[in-house]
Design a protein around this ligand. Structure first.
Ligand code: AMP
Length: 409
């Protein structure tokens, strides 16, 4: 199938061509015609499947049709709500590209920064608004946003939204949205609470399903290195040196772990930057910009921060910490091999994590290729005195961290 078979208008086809997309992805091929027919859509798809364009492109076309005849450019017609700031910014950037020749007005709002510049944009009037839930409700309450003219509402990454505790915000939002509207609901997974929420929001939806949570994109080669905990960073350094000219996204379990890893990699003369929720919005944007511009080749991320990262052509994902929830593994490695490109996913497993590898293999029904030929193989040998000291220190530090967090609460 080609984009021109999707009944898209010329200015959009031209913008897509400039973006370099040759053919629609599966979700695009299925969702775009349904959305153009004004149907509600329940989309089950992960990031990396092309789902942003699957909703953004038909939204632009529908609003263009509604408003262009009237010369209207300032009524808010479409609202897209997504859980993280990075995702919001990326969706808005995509809209900017697809909208290049349709000229609709659009903007993005998110928390963690002063509201002034966002309010100024909103006051000019926008037709498409991308928002994170907290800032959206805040600005609605302050009277800067009215939802009365909304024709299309998108809830993106619904499962992650609930994981992040936004359910009350979503409920409030549903209560003030116009009852007569088109709703597009996207989620990577469909646990019971998401099914319930979708039923409340959608009317006779058409279902579009791409990859189930357990399926990994075919083009990603997956490897595992077994090693010991004290040698993990050295092994990571060894792997990174091997692939030195390529961009790599490295996953760490915690924010502190991510920062520590960046510091330790420095000792191996490897320049990395960390991205996670403790960094300011500006820092996160700058880090991401450095990575996209390939000023930094190694980006260390936590799961939540990585959720919003879109780097096209990213080849390598490394699990420095193996996730204990196998679905998280699927999400993580979905960051590579995007839209049909080749990807490589490497996991570094310490003895405690060997069982997680088994869970992953069970869920994905795929055996990871084991790399035995490396300098730090996993052994059952007891720890050396230094390793034990380091391990004890780490345990103490974790305990302190835990106590500190408890005190804060
Ligand atoms: P998404 O799932 O929306 O995060 O998109 C994943 C990546 O695929 C983004 O970098 C998009 O720019 C890219 N992409 C989306 N649609 C296509 C397409 N039809 N052909 C090639 N790349 C695409």
């Amino acid at each position: 199938m080609e984009f021109k078979h999707l009944k898209l208008i010329d200015p959009i086809l031209k913008a897509i061509e400039e973006k370099g997309y040759e053919n629609p992805t599966k979700i695009q091929g299925e969702a775009i015609p349904k959305i153009l027919k004004r149907k509600d859509v329940l989309g089950i798809a992960q990031t990396g499947t092309g789902k942003t364009a699957a909703f953004a492109i038909p939204i632009i076309q529908l609003i263009y049709r509604i408003d262009v005849r009237k010369g209207e450019t300032s009524s808010l017609r479409a609202l897209i709500v997504t859980p993280t700031r990075e995702l919001a910014i990326q969706i808005d950037e995509n809209i900017r590209d697809y909208n290049k020749y349709t000229g609709l007005t659009h903007t993005v709002i998110f928390g963690g920064v002063k509201q002034g510049a966002q309010v100024t944009e909103l006051k000019k009037g926008v037709q498409i608004l991308v928002a994170t839930p907290g800032r959206l409700l805040d600005l609605i309450n302050q009277g800067f946003i009215s939802l009365d003219d909304i024709k299309i509402f998108v809830l993106d990454e619904a499962d992650r939204m609930l994981d992040m505790g936004f359910i009350h915000d979503i409920r409030k939002l549903i209560a003030i949205l116009p009852k007569k509207r088109q709703t597009l609901f996207f989620s990577a997974t469909m646990p019971d609470n998401i099914i319930d929420l979708s039923k409340k929001m959608l009317t006779e939806p058409e279902r579009v399903e791409v990859a189930r949570k357990s399926s990994v994109v075919q083009t990603i080669s997956q490897y595992v290195y077994y090693t010991n905990k004290p040698e993990k960073t050295k092994l990571l350094g060894h792997i990174l040196r091997d692939i030195k000219e390529e961009q790599v996204l490295v996953f760490a379990r915690t924010k502190h772990g991510a920062d520590r890893l960046v510091r330790n990699l420095k000792r191996f003369k490897l320049k990395a930057e960390a991205i996670h929720g403790n960094k300011s919005q500006n820092r996160r944007q700058q880090t991401l910009k450095n990575f996209k511009a390939e000023k930094t080749k190694i980006l260390v991320a936590t799961d939540i921060a990585a959720r919003g990262i879109d780097i096209s052509g990213l080849k390598y994902v490394i699990n420095y910490d193996v996730p204990n929830v196998p679905e998280t593994y699927v999400h993580r490695i979905g960051r590579s091999g995007r839209a049909g490109e080749e990807g490589i996913a490497i996991s570094i497993s310490e003895p405690e994590e060997n069982a997680y590898i088994k869970d992953i293999e069970k869920l994905t029904k795929n055996k990871l290729t084991r790399i035995n030929d490396h300098p730090y193989p996993q052994t059952d040998r007891p720890m050396t005195a230094t390793e034990k000291k380091e391990w004890n220190k780490e345990k103490q530090r974790k305990k302190q961290e835990f106590l500190q967090r408890r005190r804060k609460r």
